[in-house]
Design a protein around this ligand. Structure first.
Ligand code: GLY
Ligand code: MN
Ligand code: MN
Length: 425
């Protein structure tokens, strides 16, 4: 078995009860419309435990004291389907590639589960995949021929895997850095090419193209490309509007590399030059982002990051004098968190508080985003119209190191001067 998978499994086995099993379903094809599926992407926990990127698979572990057995279950061989969809690897070939030490066909899954259920009383599975696991267990438990012992406890394995996934290995960091490098290049292509584009979807398409040309197989999430007032909608999705030539364009987009995400936001003026009002707001957000990045180091609480962003941006807005301090709350302009975990998932499912419900403390190997933003929608009537429809977010991906931090997405330009230079060169 591949060494890094083995390590992850050892860690998981140490965290579960002594006589227990773990069931993790892989992703299936998701139906889109007649005879058409959405692009296949493996579930992140499943990929973390197997690096197996094929559909309709299962991952199982049984622990009895010190004895740990792992079985990967792959699709059955089916020459008729394989003629249409391509050859499927045999269990022997999958073992040889190091995905697991034991691999069985799907048809052998129920008998194996029946046996394991009679041997251990506790079943862990990801509760968010309840429907799939329940369907499988119901089939096994309802078979009256050889009724297995009903499990005495069902436990959620997701928090255990989430806690493991908090710490990235050297290889994982390498993949995330590479994802960031590709995404940085794509963001800069958009800045260079926007003068030839008329609509948001053209930029979205260019971002995807640069990433896919570089070998990425998936975006980490649907790109947000929001021009003018649209930039004030946090998760703007439609991406259909014409580009406002005097407005800002906010692009929140990132690709995956080897199953690991990048998550970068850049905001730039469609016409290549920031207006003085756009500059004012951009500079406040940039200063807040730098202040938060400067804070990142081992021992700092996750909650301190948001406080710092609020503090710098409140002061910046106050200094600008566009809102009287009595009528205004920074939450009106900055209404999302400044940071989240990043990893296989763009919002990596790692814990935000510890066992005592205190905010997590940053440690080397963790990766976070730092993404302050200010959004001055034209609905904010108390603010001068000169500042309306200015939505700015600047987002980078930051590794916590022994010494402090390393910005994985540092290749992507973000100062006003460097953005204007790149747009006008
Ligand atoms: N791309 C989504 C986010 O920044 O959280
Ligand atoms: Mn983010
Ligand atoms: Mn983002």
């Amino acid at each position: 078995m591949l060494q890094h998978i083995k390590k992850r499994i050892e860690s998981l086995a140490q965290s579960i009860e002594h006589r227990a099993m773990v069931i993790v379903p892989g992703a299936g094809y998701v139906y889109r419309n007649l005879d058409v599926d959405f692009p296949f992407r493996q579930f992140s926990d499943f990929a973390y435990l197997s690096e197996w990127y094929y559909p309709e698979s299962w991952w199982l572990l049984k622990k009895e004291g010190d004895a740990v057995q792992v079985v990967l279950c792959c699709q059955d061989s089916d020459p008729a389907i394989e003629r249409w969809e391509g050859k499927r690897l045999t269990p022997e070939a999958i073992v040889a590639l190091g995905h697991a030490d034991e691999v069985i066909y799907r048809q052998a899954l129920e008998p194996l589960l029946k046996q394991w259920l009679s041997e251990v009383p506790t079943v862990y599975f990801p509760f968010e995949k309840k429907t799939q696991v329940e369907a499988l267990l119901t089939d096994v438990l309802d078979d009256s021929n050889r009724r297995p012992v009903r499990p005495r406890a069902y436990l959620d394995v997701s928090p255990i895997l989430g806690a493991q996934r908090l710490y990235k290995s050297e290889d994982e960091i390498k993949h995330m850095r590479h994802a960031c490098q590709i995404s940085a290049k794509a963001h800069e292509s958009l800045m260079r090419q926007v003068k030839h584009k008329t609509h948001e979807y053209q930029l979205s398409s260019l971002f995807r193209d640069v990433c896919f040309q570089a070998g990425s197989e998936h975006l980490a999430y649907e790109s947000i490309v929001a021009s003018g007032e649209n930039a004030c909608t946090l998760h703007y999705r439609t991406c259909r509007d014409a580009i406002d030539p005097n407005g800002l364009i906010l692009v929140d987009a990132g690709c995956e590399w080897q199953g690991y995400a990048s998550d970068i936001t850049r905001t730039f003026p469609a016409n290549g030059r920031f207006s003085s009002e756009q500059r004012d707001i951009y500079q406040i957000v940039l200063e807040a982002q730098q202040a938060v990045i400067d804070l990142v180091k081992p021992g700092v609480g996750f909650d301190a990051l948001h406080r710092k962003a609020n503090e710098v941006m409140s002061q910046g807005i106050q200094n600008l004098g566009i809102l009287s301090s009595t009528s205004y709350d920074i939450k009106d302009l900055f209404f999302h968190g400044v940071s989240h975990w990043l990893g296989r998932d763009v919002h990596d499912p790692c814990p935000y508080s510890d066992q005592e419900s205190h905010p997590m403390v940053l440690q080397p190997g963790m990766v976070i985003t730092v993404e302050p933003g200010l959004y001055i929608s034209n609905q904010l009537k108390e603010i001068s119209p000169d500042y309306h429809s200015i939505g700015v977010r600047i987002e980078d991906d930051v590794l916590v190191t022994e010494q402090g931090s390393d910005v994985l997405s540092k290749d992507c330009c973000k100062t006003i001067d460097t953005i204007e230079d790149i747009m006008n060169s």
